[in-house]
Design a protein around this ligand. Structure first.
Ligand SMILES: Cc1cc2nc3c(=O)[nH]c(=O)nc-3n(C[C@H](O)[C@H](O)[C@H](O)COP(=O)(O)OP(=O)(O)OC[C@H]3O[C@@H](n4cnc5c(N)ncnc54)[C@H](O)[C@@H]3O)c2cc1C
Length: 138
């Protein structure tokens, strides 16, 4: 017979990988009562996040990284694979990743610049897409 239980929460997060953890922590820190539901057994959770190398993107220039991503996603005049509003939000928030990780106690955060100039002017903003790691990652 299935266990029955009842719980009230402001925010319910389904899945405790990196995305779920980030959502749960952010909602909790914003004052919400958070309930996290994970389908795997507590003792042996293996998520993609737990297997990942742990590197992350942290653009060093919001405007340039947004322009770069728009160049990658543009498929026609005013037609994009990904909505430009999503790309704007992505650029704004990922550029805060280093501070965010450090704010939660992450140490040894290192940022490495990638990319470089190309023959395609719209792609030259790739230098704003910076890769980060921290000592507890991976
Ligand atoms: C070997 C490897 C290396 C990688 N390296 C990197 C890297 O360096 N940098 C990077 O950015 N990305 C990397 N990735 C990709 C990255 O790991 C994933 O994109 C990311 O972890 C996905 O996070 P997530 O929280 O969305 O999903 P997951 O980490 O997969 O978490 C999903 C969770 O939801 C749970 N779940 C699923 N369905 C339900 C349900 N119905 N009810 C309750 N719970 C449920 C699962 O059990 C799981 O715990 C790597 C991936 C692999 C496999």
């Amino acid at each position: 017979m299935r266990n029955r239980w009842h719980m009230d929460a402001d925010v319910v997060v389904v899945g405790l990988g990196a995305a779920g953890a980030a959502a749960a922590i952010t909602a909790h820190d914003g004052g919400a009562r958070v309930l996290v539901l994970e389908k795997q057994e507590q003792e042996k959770v293996v998520s993609n996040s737990s297997m990942a190398g742990g590197s992350f993107i942290c653009p060093n220039d919001v405007r340039e990284s947004r322009r770069y991503m728009e160049s990658l996603c543009k498929v026609g005049a005013d037609l994009y694979w990904t909505d430009p509003d999503v790309l704007r939000t992505w650029a704004e928030y990922t550029s805060e990743n280093k501070e965010w990780i450090e704010g939660m106690g992450g140490t040894g955060v290192t940022l490495v610049r990638r990319g470089g100039n190309t023959n395609c002017p719209d792609m030259n903003q790739s230098t704003s897409i910076v890769r980060g790691t921290w000592e507890d990652s991976g």
